[in-house]
Design a protein around this ligand. Sequence first.
Ligand code: KIV
Length: 274
Amino acid sequence: MYTHLQRDVSRPPVTLATLARMKADKEKIACLTCYDASFAVLEDAADTDVVLVGDSLGMVVQGHNTTVPVSMDQMVYHTAAVARGLNRPFLIADLPFMSYPSQELALAHSVRLMQEGGAQMVKLESGGKQTEIVEFLTGHDIAVCAHLGLKPQSVHKTGGFRVQGRERDAAARLLDDARRLEAAGADLVLLECIPSALGRTITEQLHVPVIGIGAGPDTDGQILVVYDMLDITTGRKPRFVRNFMDGATNNLDALQRYVRAVKSREYPAPEHCF
Ligand code: KIV
């Protein structure tokens, strides 16, 4: 046991134990993506519980059509920038496309995100073969978030950005994957773009916290891409996005409105769900 050099003792850092307690107490977990230090400071000030350096940065920061071109060096660079702006939130970073094809590479790249980037957890798009990789990482005491449902790194294989798990078989497979990943040691599960009923079933069946994006109102927490909810991105937005700048006085106000709306269960509303 060592003494923590903590800057703001009135706001203890969010840990995995905090997130487990929030699930048990049915307190909703408010999460946002983040890509730089300035937004990190704002998201921290808004009391966001979890910040994700998502490979969505390939689309909303770099202007690509998919997340596939994002490199490991870029993820480390953005994670380190975000870490410098955070005090309270729990920091997750994405393992980008093809950075975890083997256990050894997954481990080496997770270590980079943690040591050079300052991440506390790594996220990987999971299911099937990735279960063994999750087991290997958690066996090395690396905290892992398993991403299921719509997996943007696989869009060229799956045929686009579509709602997943609508058919009975696909829903059963997703539930099975979620159970296997939890058994493999995943500490958090993220569900993207699935029907609300399936989001609820998976959340009820798992012991670890479940975060949703377009997965209905019953997951333990919600996450949005920060540029989407601040209406910075142009073009047609996914159904689950709400514009929190609407009625807000500035960016911090909009972020605070989001955190309040998640905690009070006002967001997501039926129009944001599948
Ligand atoms: O990359 C990302 O930002 C994500 C979110 C959509 C959850 O995975």
